[in-house]
Structures are given as structure tokens and as C-alpha cells.
Write a protein that binds this ligand. Structure first.
Ligand SMILES: Nc1ncnc2c1ncn2[C@@H]1O[C@H](COP(=O)(O)OP(=O)(O)OP(=O)(O)O)[C@@H](O)[C@H]1O
Ligand SMILES: Cc1ncc(C[n+]2csc(CCO)c2C)c(N)n1
Length: 258
């Protein structure tokens, strides 16, 4: 079975060169308080989208992260490439501001069956060929965790809807991504910015057999299911974690405070 490598280098000020194929990042900003490292994610991304009300957050909160600077200078510097959603949360002044700067606006108000995040992922998948050309595209989603629980579950569901894409859900406190059962996984821990708290969660279906290395409480052909054992409150012990499982698992790790 093929090995899939994972590394949260997007949380580092500069992304180190490494041996494997490099990743191309796209960023989706959701309608929640911007994480403190949002400017870093923005810098690393080659394509930046706001999901509906996420544009209000960029407009209102980016200037707060640069208190020494003029707010309109900051707003012009952090111009999203695309705003997509059902447009029931973005304010008119925000929409007008970014439209005047040339941001592409995609109004999908007729679709009330998929979330704004889902709509943004569809855009990246289908309409961003330059970014997408590389099979190593990685989509970072800011503001995906915490807040309203129905939204949080909707955001997790997007990982399953697009399980062939690399998508990382982020908050200030933790990140989550899917480990597809089609691969063995090697996770390189960026110990300066993440860990040690972590979890492996068998959401959706039980896992009959999962095996790990690099954790304080490793799994050894272990069954995991809701109503039984799930690996919450685990701890990474080194810089490398390996995971293999008969089902898709969610990997989550804490993000360190500065
Ligand atoms: N409190 C939250 N917690 C987690 N994710 C959120 C939260 N609020 C918004 N989001 C994410 O940001 C996206 C855009 O948010 P926005 O408020 O514009 O959506 P919405 O469709 O108007 O929400 P709703 O109508 O259900 O309140 C959502 O699709 C969701 O992915
Ligand atoms: C069974 C079912 N439950 C909830 C919704 C509502 N809904 C889901 S996504 C979305 C768009 C949010 O921007 C809305 C309104 C639905 N359509 N179908």
C-alpha cells in the first residue's frame, strides 16, 4: 500500500524544502474569528477564497492583526481572489469593497443543500486548474473548528465529501485532517508549533483494526468505535507518527500557543 506523508509546514514562517513533491496551498476563510496565524496561511497560499461571511472576517479582523498600519492598506493587501457562498452573511459594504478591487464573486444562493465551505472546495477542485494541476494541492480551512457544533460537523463532513483531496481544518487550538484508508500514513510532527496532544477518531464507521507508532498509547491491531474505544487525549512522543487502518480516520493535533 502506498505511503502518504503529512506535515504541518504551513504553520512555519517559511516552508522548508524537502525531498518529496512540494505542496501547493489554497486557503478558505470561514465566518469565524480569524486564527492569529491567518496572515501566515495567506502568505503561503496561492489561491485565497472567502466562504460568504468569511469575507467580513478578513475585512474586519485583518486590520486588527496589524494595529500599527492603516486599516485600508491592510484590507487592500489581503484581497481574496474569490468570495463564494449563498451570500446571506456577507455585508454589502464588504461585498462592494472587494468587488471594486476585482475579487471574483460567485453567488450560489439557489443552493441551500451544501454549505459555503463545500461550495468553495468545489470551486478549487473544478475551476482552479493552475493550482489544481499539481496532485499535491492542499486546502487550508481557517476558522473551521469551535463555534457552532452543526457548522463544525458540516465542516468535518466536507473532509469525507472530498476524501481524495488534502484538506486541513484549522482553529487557533487544533487542526484536523482525514487519513484515507487507501494509504499508510507517516505524519511528521512540527514540534515547534504543534503537539503534543492528539487524537485518532473513527468517525462514520467503526475501525476493526488500526495500528500506530509514535504515540504514548499506540494501537496494535486495535478496534475503535464510538460507544467503545476512540483514541482521544493521546500524546505524540517523537517527531514521527505512523498510522494504518482499515477505515478512514480523523487525525487531530493541538496547535501550540506562542
Ligand atoms: N460558528 C461556526 N463554527 C464553525 N464553522 C462556521 C461557523 N460559522 C460559520 N462557519 C463556516 O463558515 C461558512 C460561512 O459561514 P456563514 O455564516 O456565511 O454561513 P451560513 O450559511 O450563512 O450559515 P448559517 O446560515 O447556517 O448561519 C459556513 O459554511 C461554515 O463552514
Ligand atoms: C436535510 C437538510 N438539512 C439542512 C439543510 C439546510 N442547509 C444545509 S446546507 C445549507 C446552506 C448553508 O449555507 C442549508 C440551508 C438542508 N438543505 N437539508
Amino acid at each position: 500500500m502506498d505511503l502518504m506523508h503529512h506535515s504541518s509546514t504551513f504553520l512555519l514562517p517559511t516552508i522548508p524544502l524537502h525531498h518529496g513533491p512540494s505542496l501547493t496551498y489554497a486557503l478558505v476563510v470561514l465566518n469565524q474569528t480569524l486564527p492569529r496565524f491567518a496572515p501566515l496561511l495567506w502568505k503561503h497560499a496561492q489561491l485565497r477564497l472567502c466562504a460568504d461571511g468569511g469575507a467580513n472576517r478578513v475585512f474586519d479582523e485583518m486590520p486588527l492583526l496589524f494595529p500599527e498600519e492603516d486599516a485600508s492598506d491592510v484590507r487592500r493587501r489581503y484581497k481574496p481572489d474569490v468570495i463564494k457562498g449563498d451570500m446571506d452573511s456577507i455585508r454589502k459594504e464588504v461585498l462592494d469593497f472587494y468587488r471594486s478591487l476585482g475579487t471574483e464573486i460567485i453567488d450560489k444562493s439557489h443552493d441551500q443543500d451544501t454549505t459555503d465551505l463545500h461550495k468553495c472546495i468545489t470551486y478549487i477542485r473544478d475551476f482552479a486548474p493552475d493550482v489544481n494541476k499539481s496532485s499535491q494541492l492542499c486546502i487550508l480551512v481557517a476558522g473551521a473548528l469551535g463555534g457552532r457544533y452543526d457548522h463544525e460537523m458540516g465542516n468535518l463532513n466536507v473532509l469525507y465529501c472530498f476524501s481524495a483531496l488534502r484538506i486541513v481544518l484549522l482553529s487557533d487550538d487544533s487542526l484536523i485532517y482525514l487519513l484515507p484508508r487507501t494509504h499508510h500514513h507517516e505524519i511528521h510532527i512540527q514540534t515547534s508549533v504543534e503537539g503534543p496532544h492528539c487524537g485518532l477518531i473513527p468517525i462514520g464507521v467503526p475501525s476493526r483494526s488500526s495500528t500506530t507508532t509514535g504515540l504514548r498509547w499506540n494501537l496494535n491491531n486495535t478496534e475503535m468505535r464510538f460507544g467503545g474505544l476512540i483514541s482521544s487525549s493521546n500524546i505524540v512522543v517523537g517527531e514521527k507518527v505512523t498510522v494504518q487502518s482499515d477505515t478512514d480516520l480523523l487525525w487531530t493535533i493541538s496547535i501550540k500557543k506562542l
